[in-house]
Design a protein around this ligand. Structure first.
Ligand code: GLA
Length: 540
């Protein structure tokens, strides 16, 4: 008996310890409340997502917080120090208009001290990104929720900064580099802009898009992350090449990629940018939508327009709010030099065709409970751009590899006819001859940069073909004959429709770089699928 009892008591003791520690974990880990999941991005910043969790026994429910929409936690459980839950969202696999898909994100973590070491795995959707790991920590409601709305200024007309008398030309990091842009890449692009001949062709702005930001210093000044050790030195370098430099922020608390943005620091940030020597600001709505409504857009953008003027440095002001609330009617009033007219482009014919010829521009504000007003085309709003204040159908994808040479020529031709900003979105350090020939086609660039800056007119539209023309300074006419179809098509343009019938004509094909014969009363060309013929007509 006596020999049995120590063993029994040891077993009992162990059982007691296990029971007590389970109770302890449970008592110490009341999961009710707000949580943040912080994934290190490797540049000194964290991608953060917020949750409110509710615990009942080992069942966990709750929802995401802080974003424009909330998603519910499903299949949530907390057992033996392990937390697991899923969030299901509906997204469109890539392009707007694509088929909606359910994306399930699963979070699994082990309690370590007062936080969880968490792994997030995504299933469904495109691309199948690998799992991400980070800390899942307690936070406060204030950190999780968008900040209170600041009062907005009364509307007034912001003084014209007199920049961008022709559409801005340059490069932007987003389409090719996205989050991978850094100091070295920007310097390399500036070098390549000079050595490739792009600078000579007219490209001047080297624009850093999202993901350069870190946070704020003790005085509230915005700071750059480890990818950009010193913005002022970088700006000096770009300027030393005879080029200009651009940067990116948002009127909301966070940028589209979830980095620090200008909310409540508008004037301070404009001053910081001016101090660094910045020449161009792209100001991107995104998280501002968690605080403001679309009715506030004009006042919100006016605030930064004023701040840029007050900074004392000429800074080109590029609005990016995807064309909402008919930005072309008030973009110039807030001091905008250009404004995006659509959601994001991607490197596909489907995206290009939709933005170029489809109704990709929002026709106005969507009122709650009502269907969205019918979308507009680039052509519908073309008249509203004026010298210094341009419509921006988004940055170029030429050279990024997923469209044909003909499609990229269509892209460039249309952007030039539309008087759109020409911001190359490819890697200028590594360009094929075709890419160079498109981006540096001086004849087509001259149409974009024509000093008269008049809007284009539609000459004809039949089925998949459309012909645009634009009167140029000095009386010449630019003509674009576009074939959206999947088969080659004959497209004709009569001299009468251009107002030059009976005149002595000189006609130049701007992609073949040769004169074409202008006999008879029209010009007809066989235009391959997704291709364009561009002409410059001189009437004597
Ligand atoms: C938005 C913009 C893009 C790019 C990204 C960066 O999607 O429309 O052009 O700036 O944000 O996060």
């Amino acid at each position: 008996m006596a020999s049995k009892s120590p063993l029994l008591s040891r077993v009992l003791l162990c059982a007691l310890i296990v029971m007590l520690s389970a109770l302890f974990i449970h008592a110490q880990t009341d999961l009710n409340g707000f949580w943040v999941f912080k994934i290190p991005r490797g540049d000194g910043t964290f991608a953060e997502s917020y949750f409110e969790l509710k615990q009942s026994g080992d069942t966990i429910t709750g929802n995401t917080v802080g974003g424009r929409t909330q998603s519910s936690v499903s299949e949530g459980a907390f057992r033996d120090g392990k937390l697991r839950f899923s969030i299901a969202t509906t997204g469109r696999g890539g392009q707007k208009g694509g088929t909606p898909q359910t994306l399930t994100t699963t979070y699994e973590g082990t309690l370590q001290g007062d936080k969880f070491a968490m792994t997030m795995t995504r299933a469904g959707g495109r691309g199948g990104r690998g799992p991400s790991t980070g800390d899942f920590e307690r936070t406060k409601a204030e950190a999780a929720m968008p900040p209170a709305k600041l009062p907005l200024p009364a509307l007034h007309d912001v003084r014209d900064n007199k920049l961008a008398r022709t559409p801005p030309m340059g490069w932007n990091s987003w389409n090719k580099f996205a989050g991978a842009v850094d100091d070295k890449a920007v310097r390399g692009i500036a070098d390549a802009m000079v050595s490739s001949g792009m600078k000579k062709a007219g490209y001047v702005y080297v624009n850093i898009d999202d993901t350069w930001e870190l946070g704020r210093d003790a005085k509230g000044n915005i700071t750059s992350n480890t990818k950009f050790p010193d913005m002022k030195t970088l700006a000096d370098y770009v300027h030393s090449k005879g080029l200009k430099i651009g940067i990116y922020s948002s009127p909301g608390p966070k940028t589209c990629a979830g980095y620090e943005a200008s909310y409540g620091h508008e004037e301070q940030d404009a001053k910081t940018f001016a101090g660094w020597g910045i020449d161009y600001l792209k100001y991107d709505w995104c998280s501002a939508g968690t605080i403001y409504t679309d009715e506030d857009l004009q006042a919100v953008y006016q605030k930064m327009g004023d701040a840029l003027l007050k900074s004392g440095r000429p800074i080109l002001y590029s609005l990016c709010q995807y064309g909402n609330n008919k930005v072309w009617e008030w973009g110039a009033k807030v001091g905008g030099n250009c404004w995006r007219t659509t959601g994001d482009i991607n490197d596909s014919w489907q995206s290009l065709d939709r933005i170029s010829f489809g109704t990709a521009t929002p026709g106005g504000i969507r009122k709650q409970g009502e269907p969205a007003p019918p979308g507009l085309t680039q052509f519908d709003i073309a008249q509203s751009a004026t010298v210094g204040h341009w419509n921006d159908p988004d940055m170029l994808e030429i050279g990024n590899g997923h469209m044909t040479t003909d499609e990229y020529k269509t892209h460039f031709s249309l952007w030039c006819l539309l008087r759109a900003p020409l911001l190359a979105g490819n890697d200028l350090r590594d360009m094929s001859d075709d890419t160079k020939a498109i981006l540096m086609n001086a004849d087509v660039i001259a149409i974009n940069q024509d000093p008269a800056g008049l809007p284009l007119k539609r000459v004809s539209q039949e089925g998949n073909t459309v012909v645009y023309m634009r009167p140029l300074k000095g009386g010449d006419i630019a003509v674009g004959m576009f074939n959206r179809g999947d088969q080659a098509a004959d497209i004709g343009v009569s001299w009468d429709s251009l107002g030059v019938a009976g005149k002595k004509l000189q006609v130049r094909d701007l992609w073949k770089h040769e004169a074409v014969t202008a006999s008879g009363d029209k010009y007809t060309a066989n235009v391959p699928a997704h291709a364009v013929v561009m002409l410059r007509v001189t009437a004597k």
